[in-house]
Design a protein around this ligand. Structure first.
Ligand code: SF4
Length: 397
């Protein structure tokens, strides 16, 4: 039976903690940007992207071009995108073509799970296939040679296409300036992949398997408020860090008495402060003093553009014939630069980049650009899970 519950991108998280449950993302702007960049990479139409997004998508596409430059390629549109890619369809499409079929966004299904891969290059005449997946978000990506999403796609390729003996998987994350690739062979990897995925699914299917703390899984898990493992670690950290009186029950979902709620509220506020201070102190040490961390690196985020005088900005936009409807849709009372870009783009039917340039020229006196921000971010292959395991084992008691 194919498990739709455990999609390839979630396998790594349920392997890390069998009780993991994905929390809903609330960052609509990031979701929208990711969707637009994916669509642009799939279609080649970059008109709905801002200048930074154009750069990211171009880098991703350039990378694919570089990897495939010596291959004979022909674009192929699958007939039923909702169905998994099949051997029959590929054999038929390859009847008079010995090169690689270049397939965008296709469903890959194996006996254990299924998912959608952004770009697949396959040829009946060659025993190697190429898979490319774009990652336009900031979620950390596991190296392709250990990545369960890569392995699930690979398994689908081996199971669906019997002549394929080698699969090259490339994960391209231009926003993070990170690309990772691996080559899997049927002889060396197939059994290991099946065993690994099977084991993770069996553990997750068993309702009695205990949750296990994991840095990445816990970050994205919706069960944090009720998870006993998570509560125990926080409790240990607090006991060690503050020596404060603690509630009887520490799992947020089990707080009952007013006393427990108040104690938990106090330590939660302190924890927030403590987290901010730790991050500030570490960023300062890394940026200003050049301290090098084993698992974290300094990255820079572009400063925000803000409108300083909304009424003047609206008048200037009217002067260049941006209609009031577009501005009001963009919420004129609190007009933000990002919303103004959308209003100008839509009212003039131009690309985001063009809208952004026009706005910067038009509103030059009433916008400010805050300086870029440097902060610490976990390295792609960081081993901070080991630290959390140590905490779970009681080393901080
Ligand atoms: S919060 Fe609990 S259930 Fe969720 S991943 Fe962490 S340990 Fe597992």
């Amino acid at each position: 039976m194919i498990h739709a519950t455990y999609s390839p991108s979630k396998l790594e998280l349920i392997e890390a903690c069998p009780r993991f449950g994905q929390q809903d993302s609330t960052n609509e702007a990031a979701i929208d940007a990711g969707n637009r960049m994916h669509h642009a990479a799939e279609t080649g139409d970059l008109s709905d992207l801002d200048s930074a997004e154009v750069t990211h998508v171009k880098r991703a596409l350039d990378y694919v071009d570089e990897v495939t430059k010596d291959l004979e390629i022909r674009e192929f549109k699958i007939t039923k995108p909702e169905e998994a890619l099949s051997e029959e369809e590929i054999r038929t499409a390859s009847s008079f073509f010995a090169g690689y079929l270049d397939i965008r966004e296709a469903k890959l299904a194996c006996s254990l799970t299924y998912g959608f891969c952004d770009r697949i290059l396959i040829s009946v005449a060659n025993d190697r296939a190429y898979l490319f997946d774009y990652k336009f978000g900031k979620t950390e990506i596991t190296a392709a040679d250990d990545n369960m999403q890569a392995q699930a796609y690979t398994l689908a390729m081996f199971e669906t296409f019997p002549w394929i003996t080698e699969v090259e998987v490339h994960f391209i994350a231009p926003v993070q300036d990170f690309i990772t690739q691996a080559r899997y062979t049927r002889d060396r990897h197939l059994d290991k992949i099946v065993n690994r995925i099977n084991k993770a699914i069996l553990r997750a299917d068993d309702p009695f398997t205990e949750p296990t703390m994991h840095q990445k899984a816990c970050s994205y898990c919706r069960h944090k408020a009720t998870c006993p493992a998570f509560g125990q670690v926080v409790k240990k950290v607090f006991t060690g860090a503050f020596g404060l009186p603690l509630p009887e029950k520490f799992e947020p979902g089990n707080l009952v008495t007013i006393r427990d709620r108040e104690l938990a509220q106090t330590v939660a506020s302190l924890l927030e402060d403590w987290c901010k201070l730790v991050k500030q102190a570490n960023s300062r040490a890394a940026v200003e003093e050049g301290l090098e961390f084993e698992n974290y690196q300094v990255v820079s985020r572009k400063g925000k553009t803000s409108i300083t005088d909304v009424q003047t900005a609206i008048q200037k936009l009217r002067d260049i014939n941006v209609p009031d409807e577009a501005l009001f849709e963009a919420d004129a009372v609190s007009l933000a630069f990002a919303k103004a870009v959308v209003a100008v783009k839509e009212s003039r039917d131009i690309s985001r980049t063009e809208a952004e340039e026009l706005l910067r020229d038009t509103l030059t006196d009433v916008i400010v650009q805050s300086p870029s921000v440097n902060y610490l971010k976990k390295k792609p292959k960081a081993d901070v899970e080991r630290f959390l395991t140590d905490v779970s084992d009681g080393d901080l008691q």
